[in-house]
Design a protein around this ligand. Structure first.
Ligand code: ACO
Length: 445
Protein backbone atom coordinates (compact mmCIF):
# COMPACT_ATOMS: atom_id res chain seq x y z
CA UNK A 1 0.00 0.00 0.00
CA UNK A 2 1.20 3.45 -0.94
CA UNK A 3 0.45 6.98 0.26
CA UNK A 4 -1.73 6.06 3.22
CA UNK A 5 -3.54 9.08 4.61
CA UNK A 6 -6.73 11.10 4.58
CA UNK A 7 -9.08 10.42 1.66
CA UNK A 8 -12.03 12.50 2.77
CA UNK A 9 -13.08 14.84 5.60
CA UNK A 10 -16.16 16.49 6.99
CA UNK A 11 -16.70 18.85 9.91
CA UNK A 12 -19.70 19.59 12.08
CA UNK A 13 -19.91 22.38 14.63
CA UNK A 14 -22.95 23.55 16.58
CA UNK A 15 -24.95 26.35 14.93
CA UNK A 16 -24.78 28.35 18.12
CA UNK A 17 -21.94 30.64 19.10
CA UNK A 18 -21.17 33.46 21.42
CA UNK A 19 -19.54 36.71 20.36
CA UNK A 20 -16.88 37.00 23.01
CA UNK A 21 -15.92 39.84 25.27
CA UNK A 22 -19.30 41.59 25.51
CA UNK A 23 -20.36 40.17 28.84
CA UNK A 24 -17.42 39.27 31.05
CA UNK A 25 -16.31 42.80 31.81
CA UNK A 26 -12.98 42.03 30.15
CA UNK A 27 -11.05 45.02 28.81
CA UNK A 28 -11.66 45.86 25.15
CA UNK A 29 -9.54 43.72 22.85
CA UNK A 30 -8.57 41.20 25.55
CA UNK A 31 -10.23 38.23 23.84
CA UNK A 32 -10.06 39.33 20.19
CA UNK A 33 -6.50 40.67 20.25
CA UNK A 34 -5.08 39.31 23.53
CA UNK A 35 -6.26 35.73 22.93
CA UNK A 36 -6.83 36.22 19.19
CA UNK A 37 -10.33 34.70 19.32
CA UNK A 38 -13.40 36.08 17.50
CA UNK A 39 -16.20 33.71 18.43
CA UNK A 40 -16.88 30.50 20.33
CA UNK A 41 -19.20 27.63 19.43
CA UNK A 42 -20.97 25.65 22.13
CA UNK A 43 -23.46 22.80 22.44
CA UNK A 44 -26.93 23.67 23.68
CA UNK A 45 -28.77 21.07 25.80
CA UNK A 46 -29.87 19.10 22.71
CA UNK A 47 -26.34 18.40 21.45
CA UNK A 48 -23.28 16.64 22.84
CA UNK A 49 -20.15 14.82 21.63
CA UNK A 50 -22.19 11.74 20.69
CA UNK A 51 -24.82 13.58 18.66
CA UNK A 52 -22.10 15.61 16.91
CA UNK A 53 -20.25 12.37 16.02
CA UNK A 54 -23.42 10.75 14.67
CA UNK A 55 -24.08 13.87 12.58
CA UNK A 56 -20.61 14.15 11.10
CA UNK A 57 -20.18 10.43 10.35
CA UNK A 58 -23.59 10.20 8.66
CA UNK A 59 -22.80 13.31 6.65
CA UNK A 60 -19.39 12.05 5.51
CA UNK A 61 -20.74 8.65 4.42
CA UNK A 62 -23.59 10.29 2.51
CA UNK A 63 -21.64 13.05 0.83
CA UNK A 64 -18.80 10.82 -0.38
CA UNK A 65 -21.23 7.95 -1.04
CA UNK A 66 -19.41 5.45 1.14
CA UNK A 67 -21.25 2.23 1.95
CA UNK A 68 -21.03 1.71 5.76
CA UNK A 69 -19.96 -1.89 5.03
CA UNK A 70 -16.74 -0.52 3.57
CA UNK A 71 -15.53 0.71 6.98
CA UNK A 72 -13.28 -1.83 8.76
CA UNK A 73 -11.97 0.32 11.60
CA UNK A 74 -13.46 3.22 13.52
CA UNK A 75 -11.34 5.17 15.98
CA UNK A 76 -12.59 8.02 18.14
CA UNK A 77 -10.48 10.69 19.82
CA UNK A 78 -12.18 12.62 22.61
CA UNK A 79 -11.59 13.96 26.09
CA UNK A 80 -15.24 14.66 26.84
CA UNK A 81 -16.36 11.95 29.25
CA UNK A 82 -19.97 10.82 29.00
CA UNK A 83 -19.36 7.31 30.23
CA UNK A 84 -16.30 5.91 32.00
CA UNK A 85 -16.64 2.52 30.33
CA UNK A 86 -18.76 2.64 27.19
CA UNK A 87 -16.81 4.19 24.33
CA UNK A 88 -18.25 6.91 22.08
CA UNK A 89 -17.35 4.55 19.25
CA UNK A 90 -20.03 2.11 20.40
CA UNK A 91 -22.77 4.76 20.00
CA UNK A 92 -21.55 5.47 16.46
CA UNK A 93 -21.83 1.72 15.73
CA UNK A 94 -25.60 2.27 15.39
CA UNK A 95 -24.93 3.66 11.91
CA UNK A 96 -22.98 0.55 10.90
CA UNK A 97 -25.27 -1.98 12.55
CA UNK A 98 -28.14 -0.68 10.42
CA UNK A 99 -26.30 -1.81 7.32
CA UNK A 100 -25.36 -5.15 8.86
CA UNK A 101 -21.73 -4.25 9.51
CA UNK A 102 -20.56 -5.04 13.04
CA UNK A 103 -17.10 -6.10 11.87
CA UNK A 104 -15.46 -2.79 12.82
CA UNK A 105 -12.32 -2.63 14.97
CA UNK A 106 -11.25 0.26 17.18
CA UNK A 107 -12.40 2.08 20.33
CA UNK A 108 -11.74 5.51 21.89
CA UNK A 109 -8.38 7.17 22.55
CA UNK A 110 -8.10 9.70 25.35
CA UNK A 111 -5.41 12.13 26.38
CA UNK A 112 -6.64 15.72 26.36
CA UNK A 113 -6.43 17.25 22.87
CA UNK A 114 -4.08 14.49 21.59
CA UNK A 115 -6.66 11.66 21.39
CA UNK A 116 -7.60 12.49 17.79
CA UNK A 117 -4.01 12.20 16.66
CA UNK A 118 -3.64 8.88 18.49
CA UNK A 119 -6.81 7.69 16.71
CA UNK A 120 -5.49 8.87 13.36
CA UNK A 121 -2.13 7.12 13.86
CA UNK A 122 -3.96 3.92 14.85
CA UNK A 123 -5.98 3.95 11.63
CA UNK A 124 -2.99 4.74 9.43
CA UNK A 125 -0.93 2.03 11.12
CA UNK A 126 -3.77 -0.45 10.62
CA UNK A 127 -3.97 0.26 6.89
CA UNK A 128 -0.17 -0.17 6.68
CA UNK A 129 -0.23 -3.42 8.69
CA UNK A 130 -0.65 -7.10 7.86
CA UNK A 131 -4.06 -7.15 9.63
CA UNK A 132 -5.53 -4.67 7.14
CA UNK A 133 -8.50 -6.22 5.28
CA UNK A 134 -8.67 -3.73 2.42
CA UNK A 135 -11.47 -1.58 3.85
CA UNK A 136 -11.37 2.05 4.98
CA UNK A 137 -10.49 3.39 8.40
CA UNK A 138 -12.58 6.17 9.89
CA UNK A 139 -11.38 8.64 12.52
CA UNK A 140 -13.71 10.84 14.55
CA UNK A 141 -12.50 13.71 16.74
CA UNK A 142 -15.30 15.06 18.91
CA UNK A 143 -15.22 17.42 21.87
CA UNK A 144 -17.10 20.03 23.75
CA UNK A 145 -14.66 22.34 25.54
CA UNK A 146 -16.19 24.15 28.48
CA UNK A 147 -14.45 25.87 31.37
CA UNK A 148 -15.59 27.14 34.75
CA UNK A 149 -16.08 30.90 34.99
CA UNK A 150 -12.75 32.69 34.87
CA UNK A 151 -9.98 33.53 32.40
CA UNK A 152 -10.13 30.13 30.65
CA UNK A 153 -13.86 30.24 29.85
CA UNK A 154 -13.42 32.30 26.62
CA UNK A 155 -11.10 29.56 25.29
CA UNK A 156 -13.87 26.94 24.99
CA UNK A 157 -15.40 25.59 21.78
CA UNK A 158 -17.11 22.54 20.25
CA UNK A 159 -16.95 20.48 17.03
CA UNK A 160 -16.69 17.01 15.54
CA UNK A 161 -14.54 16.03 12.57
CA UNK A 162 -14.57 12.79 10.59
CA UNK A 163 -11.69 11.62 8.39
CA UNK A 164 -11.69 8.64 6.05
CA UNK A 165 -8.36 6.77 5.94
CA UNK A 166 -6.94 4.62 3.17
CA UNK A 167 -4.20 4.22 0.55
CA UNK A 168 -3.56 6.49 -2.45
CA UNK A 169 -4.74 9.44 -0.42
CA UNK A 170 -4.60 13.06 -1.59
CA UNK A 171 -3.37 13.90 1.94
CA UNK A 172 -0.68 11.33 2.69
CA UNK A 173 1.55 10.87 5.72
CA UNK A 174 5.31 11.37 5.55
CA UNK A 175 5.61 8.95 8.43
CA UNK A 176 9.39 8.86 8.54
CA UNK A 177 9.60 12.44 9.85
CA UNK A 178 7.47 12.09 13.01
CA UNK A 179 8.82 13.74 16.18
CA UNK A 180 7.20 12.97 19.55
CA UNK A 181 7.56 14.37 23.09
CA UNK A 182 5.64 12.94 26.04
CA UNK A 183 6.09 13.66 29.77
CA UNK A 184 4.18 13.77 33.07
CA UNK A 185 2.90 17.25 34.06
CA UNK A 186 -0.17 18.73 35.72
CA UNK A 187 -0.91 21.59 33.31
CA UNK A 188 -4.53 20.78 32.44
CA UNK A 189 -6.42 17.74 33.72
CA UNK A 190 -9.86 16.54 34.74
CA UNK A 191 -9.57 14.86 38.15
CA UNK A 192 -13.05 15.86 39.31
CA UNK A 193 -15.29 13.16 37.88
CA UNK A 194 -18.41 15.01 39.04
CA UNK A 195 -17.67 17.99 36.81
CA UNK A 196 -17.14 18.50 33.11
CA UNK A 197 -14.68 21.33 33.79
CA UNK A 198 -10.92 20.83 33.82
CA UNK A 199 -8.45 21.99 36.44
CA UNK A 200 -6.09 24.23 34.51
CA UNK A 201 -2.84 26.02 35.24
CA UNK A 202 -3.04 28.37 32.25
CA UNK A 203 0.47 29.77 32.36
CA UNK A 204 2.07 26.37 32.91
CA UNK A 205 0.02 24.87 30.07
CA UNK A 206 1.36 27.57 27.73
CA UNK A 207 4.96 26.88 28.70
CA UNK A 208 4.48 23.10 28.45
CA UNK A 209 3.00 23.55 24.99
CA UNK A 210 5.96 25.63 23.79
CA UNK A 211 8.54 23.28 25.34
CA UNK A 212 6.82 20.31 23.69
CA UNK A 213 6.82 22.19 20.40
CA UNK A 214 10.57 22.83 20.60
CA UNK A 215 11.28 19.23 21.46
CA UNK A 216 9.09 17.80 18.69
CA UNK A 217 10.52 20.25 16.15
CA UNK A 218 14.10 19.24 17.00
CA UNK A 219 13.23 15.55 16.60
CA UNK A 220 11.27 16.17 13.42
CA UNK A 221 14.20 18.16 11.96
CA UNK A 222 16.73 15.52 12.90
CA UNK A 223 14.68 12.73 11.28
CA UNK A 224 14.26 14.88 8.17
CA UNK A 225 18.01 15.48 8.02
CA UNK A 226 18.81 11.78 8.40
CA UNK A 227 16.41 10.80 5.67
CA UNK A 228 16.89 13.68 3.20
CA UNK A 229 20.52 14.56 3.87
CA UNK A 230 19.82 18.27 4.36
CA UNK A 231 18.79 20.57 7.17
CA UNK A 232 15.08 21.25 7.67
CA UNK A 233 13.84 24.79 8.15
CA UNK A 234 10.41 26.42 7.98
CA UNK A 235 11.08 27.16 4.32
CA UNK A 236 10.72 23.40 3.64
CA UNK A 237 6.99 23.42 4.44
CA UNK A 238 4.23 25.42 2.82
CA UNK A 239 1.96 25.55 5.87
CA UNK A 240 2.25 24.97 9.59
CA UNK A 241 -0.87 23.81 11.39
CA UNK A 242 -0.99 23.86 15.20
CA UNK A 243 -3.33 22.57 17.84
CA UNK A 244 -5.12 25.87 18.53
CA UNK A 245 -6.39 26.43 22.10
CA UNK A 246 -6.52 30.16 21.19
CA UNK A 247 -4.88 31.98 18.33
CA UNK A 248 -2.32 33.95 20.36
CA UNK A 249 -0.60 30.69 21.31
CA UNK A 250 -0.40 29.76 17.62
CA UNK A 251 1.30 33.10 16.88
CA UNK A 252 3.77 32.43 19.70
CA UNK A 253 4.36 28.90 18.42
CA UNK A 254 5.33 29.90 14.92
CA UNK A 255 7.63 32.58 16.36
CA UNK A 256 9.22 29.84 18.42
CA UNK A 257 9.91 27.69 15.32
CA UNK A 258 11.45 30.76 13.69
CA UNK A 259 13.67 31.28 16.74
CA UNK A 260 14.72 27.61 16.54
CA UNK A 261 15.69 28.16 12.90
CA UNK A 262 17.67 31.23 13.95
CA UNK A 263 19.55 29.18 16.57
CA UNK A 264 20.41 26.53 13.99
CA UNK A 265 21.72 29.19 11.61
CA UNK A 266 19.14 28.63 8.94
CA UNK A 267 19.20 30.97 5.97
CA UNK A 268 15.43 31.46 6.26
CA UNK A 269 16.20 34.01 9.01
CA UNK A 270 17.37 37.13 7.19
CA UNK A 271 20.03 39.58 8.26
CA UNK A 272 17.90 42.20 10.01
CA UNK A 273 15.93 39.53 11.90
CA UNK A 274 19.22 37.86 12.85
CA UNK A 275 20.46 41.13 14.31
CA UNK A 276 17.29 41.61 16.35
CA UNK A 277 17.39 38.04 17.71
CA UNK A 278 21.08 38.05 18.55
CA UNK A 279 20.51 39.49 22.06
CA UNK A 280 18.59 36.27 22.93
CA UNK A 281 21.06 33.76 21.54
CA UNK A 282 22.64 33.03 24.94
CA UNK A 283 19.45 32.53 26.95
CA UNK A 284 19.06 29.13 28.57
CA UNK A 285 15.98 27.15 27.53
CA UNK A 286 14.13 28.11 30.72
CA UNK A 287 15.02 31.78 30.37
CA UNK A 288 13.84 31.78 26.79
CA UNK A 289 10.33 30.58 27.81
CA UNK A 290 10.11 33.35 30.41
CA UNK A 291 11.38 36.16 28.19
CA UNK A 292 8.51 38.46 27.17
CA UNK A 293 10.97 40.45 25.08
CA UNK A 294 11.97 37.38 23.03
CA UNK A 295 8.29 36.54 22.56
CA UNK A 296 7.60 40.03 21.23
CA UNK A 297 10.63 40.35 18.97
CA UNK A 298 10.35 36.84 17.49
CA UNK A 299 6.64 37.36 16.76
CA UNK A 300 7.47 40.63 15.05
CA UNK A 301 10.30 39.34 12.84
CA UNK A 302 8.42 36.17 11.86
CA UNK A 303 5.17 37.99 11.05
CA UNK A 304 5.52 38.01 7.22
CA UNK A 305 6.12 34.24 7.23
CA UNK A 306 3.29 33.73 9.72
CA UNK A 307 0.93 35.51 7.34
CA UNK A 308 2.01 33.24 4.51
CA UNK A 309 2.37 29.86 6.23
CA UNK A 310 0.07 29.93 9.27
CA UNK A 311 -2.70 32.48 8.81
CA UNK A 312 -4.67 30.30 6.31
CA UNK A 313 -5.10 27.67 9.07
CA UNK A 314 -6.56 30.05 11.65
CA UNK A 315 -10.09 30.62 10.31
CA UNK A 316 -12.06 27.85 12.05
CA UNK A 317 -10.16 27.89 15.35
CA UNK A 318 -10.68 31.67 15.63
CA UNK A 319 -14.37 31.32 14.81
CA UNK A 320 -15.17 28.18 16.83
CA UNK A 321 -12.66 28.23 19.68
CA UNK A 322 -10.75 25.30 21.13
CA UNK A 323 -12.31 22.08 19.85
CA UNK A 324 -9.80 19.99 21.83
CA UNK A 325 -9.14 16.82 19.74
CA UNK A 326 -10.75 18.38 16.64
CA UNK A 327 -8.86 21.66 16.94
CA UNK A 328 -5.76 20.80 14.89
CA UNK A 329 -7.84 19.08 12.19
CA UNK A 330 -10.22 22.05 12.00
CA UNK A 331 -7.14 24.23 11.50
CA UNK A 332 -6.03 21.85 8.74
CA UNK A 333 -9.53 22.00 7.20
CA UNK A 334 -9.17 25.79 7.14
CA UNK A 335 -6.05 25.46 4.95
CA UNK A 336 -7.96 23.21 2.56
CA UNK A 337 -10.84 25.69 2.52
CA UNK A 338 -8.59 28.68 1.87
CA UNK A 339 -5.97 27.15 -0.45
CA UNK A 340 -7.46 24.06 -2.13
CA UNK A 341 -6.53 25.14 -5.65
CA UNK A 342 -2.80 25.51 -4.95
CA UNK A 343 -2.01 22.66 -2.55
CA UNK A 344 -0.80 20.01 -5.03
CA UNK A 345 2.73 18.85 -4.25
CA UNK A 346 2.88 20.92 -1.07
CA UNK A 347 3.98 19.89 2.44
CA UNK A 348 2.01 20.71 5.56
CA UNK A 349 3.59 20.33 9.00
CA UNK A 350 1.22 19.52 11.87
CA UNK A 351 1.79 19.97 15.61
CA UNK A 352 -0.55 18.06 17.90
CA UNK A 353 -0.54 18.77 21.65
CA UNK A 354 -2.55 17.24 24.49
CA UNK A 355 -1.98 18.37 28.07
CA UNK A 356 -0.67 15.98 30.61
CA UNK A 357 1.26 15.69 28.19
CA UNK A 358 1.51 14.07 24.76
CA UNK A 359 2.66 15.78 21.59
CA UNK A 360 3.78 14.92 18.06
CA UNK A 361 4.93 16.85 15.03
CA UNK A 362 4.25 15.13 11.71
CA UNK A 363 3.73 16.09 8.08
CA UNK A 364 1.41 15.59 5.14
CA UNK A 365 2.20 15.66 1.44
CA UNK A 366 -0.67 16.78 -0.78
CA UNK A 367 -1.37 15.39 -4.22
CA UNK A 368 -4.09 14.96 -6.78
CA UNK A 369 -6.58 12.23 -5.97
CA UNK A 370 -9.30 10.27 -7.72
CA UNK A 371 -12.79 11.74 -7.39
CA UNK A 372 -14.44 11.92 -4.88
CA UNK A 373 -11.19 11.79 -2.93
CA UNK A 374 -9.50 14.95 -4.13
CA UNK A 375 -8.64 18.21 -2.41
CA UNK A 376 -11.12 20.45 -4.19
CA UNK A 377 -13.98 18.05 -3.55
CA UNK A 378 -13.00 17.89 0.12
CA UNK A 379 -13.13 21.71 0.20
CA UNK A 380 -16.60 21.66 -1.38
CA UNK A 381 -17.93 19.09 1.08
CA UNK A 382 -16.41 20.87 4.10
CA UNK A 383 -18.52 23.85 2.97
CA UNK A 384 -16.92 26.04 5.60
CA UNK A 385 -18.24 29.46 4.52
CA UNK A 386 -21.86 28.40 4.46
CA UNK A 387 -21.63 26.58 7.78
CA UNK A 388 -20.11 29.67 9.40
CA UNK A 389 -22.68 32.01 7.85
CA UNK A 390 -25.61 29.89 9.00
CA UNK A 391 -24.72 30.20 12.67
CA UNK A 392 -26.79 32.02 15.26
CA UNK A 393 -25.07 34.36 17.65
CA UNK A 394 -26.45 33.77 21.13
CA UNK A 395 -26.25 36.36 23.88
CA UNK A 396 -23.59 35.83 26.54
CA UNK A 397 -26.36 35.67 29.18
CA UNK A 398 -28.00 32.82 27.30
CA UNK A 399 -24.61 31.08 26.96
CA UNK A 400 -23.99 31.30 30.71
CA UNK A 401 -27.50 29.98 31.40
CA UNK A 402 -26.89 27.04 29.05
CA UNK A 403 -23.67 26.15 30.86
CA UNK A 404 -25.49 26.29 34.21
CA UNK A 405 -28.13 23.88 32.91
CA UNK A 406 -25.42 21.57 31.57
CA UNK A 407 -23.64 21.58 34.95
CA UNK A 408 -26.90 20.37 36.43
CA UNK A 409 -27.38 17.75 33.71
CA UNK A 410 -23.83 16.41 33.85
CA UNK A 411 -24.01 12.84 35.12
CA UNK A 412 -27.78 13.15 35.64
CA UNK A 413 -30.49 10.63 34.67
CA UNK A 414 -34.19 10.59 34.05
CA UNK A 415 -34.67 13.79 32.10
CA UNK A 416 -35.95 14.94 28.74
CA UNK A 417 -34.40 17.72 26.72
CA UNK A 418 -36.48 20.54 25.24
CA UNK A 419 -36.17 18.75 21.84
CA UNK A 420 -35.98 22.25 20.39
CA UNK A 421 -34.30 21.69 17.03
CA UNK A 422 -35.23 25.03 15.49
CA UNK A 423 -31.57 26.06 15.12
CA UNK A 424 -30.35 22.70 13.77
CA UNK A 425 -30.03 21.87 10.06
CA UNK A 426 -31.92 18.87 8.67
CA UNK A 427 -29.86 15.70 9.20
CA UNK A 428 -28.50 16.82 12.57
CA UNK A 429 -28.72 14.34 15.44
CA UNK A 430 -29.93 15.57 18.84
CA UNK A 431 -30.41 14.25 22.36
CA UNK A 432 -34.01 13.40 23.21
CA UNK A 433 -33.82 11.95 26.71
CA UNK A 434 -31.77 10.10 29.28
CA UNK A 435 -33.78 7.40 31.05
CA UNK A 436 -33.68 6.14 34.64
CA UNK A 437 -30.84 3.74 33.72
CA UNK A 438 -28.75 6.63 32.27
CA UNK A 439 -29.39 5.33 28.73
CA UNK A 440 -29.19 8.12 26.17
CA UNK A 441 -31.57 8.38 23.21
CA UNK A 442 -30.94 10.41 20.09
CA UNK A 443 -33.05 11.33 17.08
CA UNK A 444 -32.27 12.83 13.68
CA UNK A 445 -33.88 16.05 12.50
N1 ACO B 1 -6.11 44.14 24.58
C1 ACO B 1 -5.17 43.35 23.97
N2 ACO B 1 -4.53 42.34 24.59
C2 ACO B 1 -4.80 42.12 25.89
C3 ACO B 1 -5.74 42.91 26.59
C4 ACO B 1 -6.41 43.96 25.87
N3 ACO B 1 -7.33 44.72 26.45
N4 ACO B 1 -5.80 42.45 27.86
C5 ACO B 1 -4.94 41.40 27.95
N5 ACO B 1 -4.32 41.20 26.76
C6 ACO B 1 -3.39 40.14 26.39
C7 ACO B 1 -2.28 39.85 27.37
O1 ACO B 1 -1.20 40.75 27.20
C8 ACO B 1 -1.91 38.43 26.97
O2 ACO B 1 -1.17 38.42 25.77
P1 ACO B 1 0.38 38.02 25.75
O3 ACO B 1 0.47 36.61 26.26
O4 ACO B 1 0.79 38.11 24.33
O5 ACO B 1 1.05 38.99 26.63
C9 ACO B 1 -3.25 37.82 26.62
O6 ACO B 1 -4.13 38.93 26.38
C10 ACO B 1 -3.85 36.90 27.69
O7 ACO B 1 -3.99 37.62 28.87
P2 ACO B 1 -3.36 37.10 30.26
O8 ACO B 1 -3.76 38.08 31.30
O9 ACO B 1 -1.92 36.79 30.06
O10 ACO B 1 -4.02 35.70 30.52
P3 ACO B 1 -5.47 35.29 31.08
O11 ACO B 1 -5.48 35.39 32.53
O12 ACO B 1 -6.53 35.96 30.32
O13 ACO B 1 -5.47 33.73 30.70
C11 ACO B 1 -5.09 31.77 29.40
C12 ACO B 1 -5.19 33.29 29.41
C13 ACO B 1 -3.95 31.34 30.34
C14 ACO B 1 -4.79 31.31 28.01
C15 ACO B 1 -6.46 31.18 29.88
O14 ACO B 1 -7.43 31.56 28.98
C16 ACO B 1 -6.44 29.68 30.01
O15 ACO B 1 -6.07 29.15 31.05
N6 ACO B 1 -6.91 28.92 28.96
C17 ACO B 1 -6.98 27.47 28.98
C18 ACO B 1 -5.63 26.79 28.93
C19 ACO B 1 -5.10 26.60 27.54
O16 ACO B 1 -5.80 26.70 26.57
N7 ACO B 1 -3.78 26.25 27.44
C20 ACO B 1 -3.16 25.98 26.16
C21 ACO B 1 -2.58 24.60 26.00
S1 ACO B 1 -3.51 23.36 26.81
C22 ACO B 1 -5.01 23.13 25.98
O17 ACO B 1 -5.06 23.07 24.80
C23 ACO B 1 -6.23 23.08 26.76
Amino acid sequence: VKDVGILAMDIYFPPTCEALEAHDGASKGKYTIGLGQDCMAFCTEVEDVISMSLTVVTSLLEKYQIDPKQIGRLEVGSETVIDKSKSIKTWIMQIFEESGNTDVEGVDSTNACYGGTAALFNCVNWVESSSWDGRYGLVVCTDSAVYAEGPARPTGGAAAIAMLIGPNAPISFESKFRGTHMTHVYDFYKPNLASEYPVVDGKLSQTCYLMALDSCYKRFCSKFEKSEGKQFSISDADYFVFHSPYNKLVQKSFARLYFNDYLSNSSVVEKDAREKLEQFSNLTGDESYQSRELEKVSQQVSKPLYDEKVQPSTLLPKQIGNMYTASIYAAFASVIHNKYSTLMGQRIVMFSYGSGLSSTMFSFKLQDGQHPFNISNIATILNVSEKLEKRHVISPENFVETLKLMEHRYGAKDFETSKDTSLLSPGTFYLVNVDSMYRRYYAKK
